[in-house]
Ligand binder design. Sequence first.
Ligand code: PLP
Length: 363
Amino acid sequence: MNFDRRIYNFSAGPAVLPEEVLREAQGEMLNYRASGMSVMEMSHRGSCFEEIISEARSSLARIINLPSNYEILFLQGGATLQFAAIPLNLARSKKAGYVLTGMWANKAYKEGLLFLDARVVASSEDENYSYIPSVDEKSIDQEFDYLHICENNTIYGTKYDVLPKTGVVPLVADMSSCFLSEEFDISSYGVVYAGAQKNIGPAGVTVVIVRKDLIQAELSAPTPSLMRWDLQAEAHSLYNTPPAYGIYMCGKVFKWIEQEGGLAAMGKRNHEKAQLLYDFLDQSKLFSATVKGSCRSRMNIPFVTGNDVLDKEFLVSADEAGLANLKGHRSVGGMRASLYNAMTIDGVRALVTHMDAFERAHR
Ligand SMILES: *Cc1c(COP(=O)(O)O)cnc(C)c1O
């Protein structure tokens, strides 16, 4: 397909970014604020980049009302490297709990098994991860180093409505696909982490927010320096050359979120967008959502016709209409619309209008 305009990109990640942000970056591409160079060309130790990373950090801190006992790190290696960094940095008793809610939660658990006694405390595998299992507080050993959850399940389209109660055990959440999509209370968590390429920037940056008392200098196993949160915190995320351009772009997205009205505005808009699609799906006689009830994600919405041939036909027609990347993950099938912060309500309206026309043509 060839387009001479920007299309509606429903990809689960890397995903759509705000057009205003891309345009601003375009304007600064050759000569960043009279520095005479691109951000890609400058030293990460220079004053220009130092300002970029410290502004990104303070903007993010304002957005989430960060208390002073939390540290923001901008790291590399994706959410996937944190699957290993979490057990390595948090191990004390070397026991931890995991809730299995899909592929990413499972990958985190399997990585955890490499380093400590990782235990499954709840799972929704029995129904192909189409719901969030309830976690019995009694099943959480108070000696666990942490309880790991994947807060929004990108592939299956589920999200925690209520966080599990963990007692004194720190809650660790993979927020890759819901980070900054709505208001949340950071003080409910010990650690929050997110790969940038879903909701806050380009691939290459991973945001890790850690409660400071959980950052240990004496680790219980040999750990590569680059994975150590204590060294990264000490170096203000500049232990080695950081993903500088990615951090610059994330900073722009944070500024955009602030200008748009912060997380309250993001949450309201995301609520409206998701409601529009779910309302259509719930009355449709052709399409149906694969997730029911209160654990529906507002970021990733899988849906099916129940007929593989029709699914394929729908995907082709959507592509032609400039509604791109709607193919569902193979483990759910059908379609999936990802409605991250930068997806406009107009994009969701265009999708629903197209689905409605497709349904009428196939009655
Ligand atoms: C995409 C995704 C990941 C993997 O992220 P990488 O940055 O590619 O390592 C992990 N967890 C969730 C919830 C995701 O959506």
